[in-house]
Write a protein that binds this ligand. Structure first.
Ligand code: COA
Length: 391
């Protein structure tokens, strides 16, 4: 169904962690040829949260500049997408709602479907805005990607939050209909409730992702979507940046285009710059790809951007967005660069210590060391309750 009024992403801001681990440090520790990390999987470093950082502090840090710029009037819904949930009942978004001082007349909910959750949140937000174009929805995607130490997945960790303000007449990207959607019941990646680190069958997850690319594109085409050649660039979910290349080659092949590496590079190169140094941010990653594209591309005004969102398990969606005239005046390129550059490099011992950090489950008063220099911190776990503060 065609709509007169554009709805989409009005503002976008991301945050990441206090610390960063270079892949050179990991490679030196485990004896891996650094070319495997730099070229084989396409990663140079990964964000590491401080002990007093988590999905809430990253989410609030990402969303605060949006509330500062636009105010909170009209934000009646906060959708928080994550697969690194901190509570099985309470939405992490409620802590963010408090830290940002949002109105009590707000609905807040958490959404989960592995790395696909943020796209569900974006689409649900668009539905709410279509129902009442005066409303705006704060969509937040925040995740800490964590695999076992010394496992193959270890090199594909990372952490970040992306906040997006979704509304009518957006200043950045109009989201189009239709969407192509795809679900298949696979066990490529999962995290049982009793585990902190995810379980993954890496090769299975690559195969499942590629099948989902085909499946969601097929549905997109059947729903009357654009032709492949319409797109100026493609933002893929990037568990590691080389996955975007595998996925795009799959799409080109599937569409009978053959694989022209110059074209693959032209379609993707700008979208991997942030993921390449932040690492896997799970459900935030496809929107970090969008941030990297918008921040670096010369001018995408009125050009179509393809999005392929994949979440293990698995659900995928292909959809299109169009950069709107004047979008470049609303970007946060400088702040985004600063969020990456401000991180402090850690050595391997410190990284391992942070990786293994967890609170005792005894209900005591457990304060965290004051490590983050960001605006919000997780100060303690007291009486089983997480205590956040504004620095
Ligand atoms: N120089 C250059 N490239 C090298 C290399 C070297 N010395 N050594 C290996 N490589 C390449 C391999 O050829 C391979 O590339 P290809 O897939 O294009 O063939 C790539 O580096 C990875 O090597 P591989 O042997 O497959 O690595 P691995 O067994 O350590 O697993 C992942 C890599 C990505 C599968 C693993 O890190 C993982 O499981 N990560 C989690 C995946 C995930 O997040 N899935 C979630 C949802 S999508």
């Amino acid at each position: 169904m065609a709509h007169d009024r554009a709805v989409g992403i009005h503002d976008l801001s991301f945050a990441t962690t206090e610390f960063v681990l270079a892949h050179t440090v990991l490679a030196e520790h485990n004896g891996t040829d650094i070319d495997k990390y730099h070229h084989g999987i396409g990663q140079r470093s990964m964000s590491v949260p401080a002990a007093d950082e988590d999905i809430v502090t990253m989410a609030a840090t990402a969303a605060a500049p949006i509330v500062e710029r636009h105010g909170s009037d009209g934000i009646r819904t906060v959708l928080f997408a994550t697969e690194s949930s901190i509570d099985q009942a309470k939405s992490a978004g409620i802590y963010v709602h408090t830290l940002l001082g949002l109105h009590s007349a707000t609905r807040v909910v958490e959404l989960k479907q592995a790395c696909y959750g943020a796209t569900a949140a974006l689409q649900f937000a668009i539905g709410l805005v279509r129902r009442d174009p005066a409303q705006r929805v704060l969509v937040i995607a925040a995740d800490v990607s964590k695999y076992e130490l010394d496992s193959p997945g270890e090199a594909t960790q990372g952490a970040a939050a992306v906040a997006m303000l979704v509304g009518a007449d957006p200043a950045l990207v109009r989201i189009e209909e239709p969407s192509g959607v795809f679900t298949a019941d696979v066990m490529d990646f999962w995290r049982p409730n009793y585990r902190e680190a995810a379980l993954v069958d890496g090769q299975e997850s690559i195969g499942a992702y590629l099948l989902a690319v085909q499946g969601s594109w097929k549905d997109y085409t059947e729903q009357g979507g654009r032709a492949l050649d319409d797109f100026a660039a493609f933002c893929y979910h990037q568990p590691f940046t080389k996955m975007a290349y595998k996925a795009h080659r799959q799409l080109l092949n599937h569409c009978g285009h053959g694989v022209d590496e110059d074209r693959v590079s032209r379609d993707l190169a700008l979208t991997t710059a942030y993921n390449n140094v932040i690492g896997n941010s799970y459900t935030a990653s496809v929107y970090l790809a969008l941030a990297a594209l918008l921040d670096q591309a010369d001018d995408l005004t009125d050009r179509a951007i393809g999005f392929l969102s994949y979440g293990s398990g698995s659900v995928a969606e292909f959809f299109a967005g169009t950069a709107v005239p004047g979008y470049r005046d609303h970007l946060r390129t400088k702040a985004h660069r600063e969020a990456i550059d401000r991180r402090t490099p850690v050595d391997h011992a410190r990284y391992r210590g942070l990786h293994e950090f967890s609170f005792p489950a005894d209900g005591g008063d457990h304060r965290t060391p004051a490590e983050t220099t960001g605006p919000f911190r997780l100060a303690a776990l007291r009486d089983h309750k997480r205590v956040y503060e504004t620095r």
